[in-house]
Each structure stands twice: as structure tokens, then as C-alpha cells.
Design a protein around this ligand. Sequence first.
Ligand SMILES: [Zn+2]
Length: 95
Amino acid sequence: MMPPYPIYCYTKGCVRPAVYKIAARWSDGITEELKTYALSCPECLATWFRGSRSKQAACRRARGEILEPPGIYDMERGKRDRVLRRRTDLEAQFV
Ligand SMILES: [Zn+2]
């Protein structure tokens, strides 16, 4: 199903639609969520992925707080975060 309007890549000036979501699992021990770092087109993916990883590494965490290294997920409109497919194959290319 096509979305009613496209979601664009987060890169300034990039006019391509976003097809990947870069996100990390965050938890404070009670609640858990997928923290979004960026939405990206395939061309800008490597830049966003590396940037998100270093941002995550520099992020200060409170006691008991967990923030996993960001991963790449296929963006699928209308699907809940927990069912998004993780693209470890792409992540491996960029590390
Ligand atoms: Zn882009």
C-alpha cells in the first residue's frame, strides 16, 4: 500500500524518499521504546548510520538506562516499531 504522501530523507537538500529508519532500543528498565535517529534514503544511509552510532556512543546514560547501538530498519508505514525488519546485512557494510 502506498502512503498518501512520501516521507523524505532527513538530509538537508536531499529530495529522495526515506526507505530506512535508523533507530536504537532504549529502556529505563520499566518501559522500552525504539528511539529514532534518522530516516534515510539508500544514498545517505552510510552517513546517517555512522553519525547515529557515534552519537549513541557519546550519549550519557542514567543509572539503569539502556541505549543499544542504533540499527538499520526497513521503513514500513503503518507497522509498529517492534515488527520492523532489521537490516543487519546493511549494518555490516557500514561498520
Ligand atoms: Zn538522502
